[in-house]
Ligand binder design. Structure first.
Ligand code: URA
Length: 300
C-alpha cells in the first residue's frame, strides 16, 4: 500500500493542482475552513448562510444577439452599492473597501501617474480590486506607446494571465491578422484592456470591478494620447462611451472621446473572440478595419 502513497511533495502538487482547477473554474474564495456535505443537509438553509449570489451575465461576445451589458456603468455614474449580490467574496483590502471608495482611491492614484511605467507600478501595488488576488499576472499592455492607434479589449484570458501581456491567445492571433491586413502590427499599435487582471474562470468582470479599474485605463489612454481608440467588443465600447447598445449596433460607429487637451475618435468594432465563434461576422469587422485604415490615412 505504501508504494502507492504519494510522497509529501506529490501530495502538495496534487493539492495545488486541485486548487488551481477550482480557481480556473471560477471559485475565487474559500468560504469555510472545512468542506460541507451539502447532500446530507436539510432543505432549510442554515441561518448563517448568505443570500445566494446571482451568476454574472455572459459576455456580449458570447452571443450573436447584441446583449447590452447594462451592468457596465457609463462614465461618471456612481458604481453600484456594496450590497450588490454580484460582488464576489474577496481578499485583502479588496474585502473591506466599498466599491465607490475603491473607485475614488483608484482615481486619485491613477491621476498621480506621470508616465505609463509609473501607472503600471501604481496598478501593480493597487490592492482594492479583488481580481488581482486570483490573477497570476497584471496584464498592462503590449505594443508601441507612441502609436497613433490604441486597441482596447475587455479583460485578459488564461494565456494573457500566464504571459502577462494582452491578446496572446487565439483572439490575439486573430487580432494580429486583422491588424496586419491594414498594415498594422504591435510596433505600430498599442494594446490594452479595460480590466488588467483575468477574472477567474474567464467570467465577466463585475460592474464593480470595471468601475474600480476604469480610472486606470482612462489614465492609460491619456498617457498614450492616441489619435484613434479602437474598442474591441461591447464591454470596452460601453465602458468608454457610456452607450448601452450592443456591439452589433455600435460597431462601425465613431464616437468622440475627450482627452485633457483634445478630442479624438473612438471606433467600436467586434471582439476577435466573437469573430472566432461567429466567423461569418468577419465581413463586418473587415469593413470596420478598412474604415480604421482610412482614418489613419486621414481619408475619413
Ligand atoms: N480578450 C480580451 O478582451 N483581452 C485579452 O487580452 C485577451 C482576450
Amino acid at each position: 500500500m505504501t508504494d502507492h502513497m504519494p510522497s509529501p511533495s506529490d501530495a502538495q502538487a496534487d493539492l495545488i493542482a486541485y486548487l488551481d482547477f477550482h480557481v480556473e473554474a471560477g471559485a475565487d474564495a474559500a468560504l469555510d475552513e472545512h468542506p460541507h456535505d451539502r447532500f446530507s443537509e436539510a432543505d432549510t438553509p442554515a441561518p448563517t448562510l448568505r443570500a445566494p449570489r446571482r451568476a454574472p451575465p455572459r459576455i456580449a461576445e458570447s452571443s450573436a444577439t447584441p446583449v447590452a451589458n447594462t451592468l457596465v456603468p457609463p462614465p461618471g455614474s456612481a458604481p453600484p452599492p456594496a450590497s450588490s449580490s454580484a460582488a464576489p467574496r474577496t481578499f485583502g483590502r479588496a474585502a473591506s473597501a466599498q466599491p465607490d471608495e475603491a473607485a475614488s482611491d483608484a482615481r486619485a492614484r491613477a491621476r498621480q501617474a506621470k508616465s505609463l511605467d509609473e501607472l503600471e507600478r501604481i496598478l501593480a501595488d493597487f490592492d482594492a480590486c479583488p481580481l488581482r488576488f486570483t490573477a497570476k499576472n497584471l496584464v498592462f499592455a503590449d505594443g508601441n506607446p507612441e502609436a497613433r492607434v490604441m486597441f482596447l479589449g475587455e479583460a485578459p484570458g488564461a494565456d494573457e494571465d500566464r504571459i502577462g501581456k494582452p491578446f496572446m491567445g487565439r483572439s490575439g492571433q486573430l487580432l494580429d491578422k486583422m491588424m496586419k491586413a491594414i498594415g498594422l502590427d504591435r510596433t505600430s499599435a498599442y494594446i490594452g484592456n479595460i480590466v488588467p487582471w483575468r477574472p477567474p474562470g474567464n467570467r465577466n468582470p463585475t460592474p464593480q470591478e470595471v468601475a474600480v479599474c476604469r480610472p486606470f485605463v482612462e489614465r492609460q489612454i491619456e498617457l498614450v494620447d492616441p489619435d484613434i481608440i479602437v474598442c474591441l467588443g461591447a464591454p470596452a465600447t460601453q465602458t468608454l462611451t457610456g452607450s448601452k447598445d450592443g456591439i452589433l449596433r455600435t460597431r462601425g460607429r465613431l464616437f468622440p472621446y475627450k482627452l485633457p487637451n483634445r478630442e479624438v475618435k473612438l471606433l467600436a468594432t467586434l471582439h476577435p473572440a466573437f469573430l472566432l465563434r461567429q466567423p461569418v461576422q468577419k465581413r463586418l469587422a473587415w469593413r470596420d478595419f478598412r474604415a480604421l485604415r482610412a482614418l489613419i490615412d486621414g481619408k475619413a
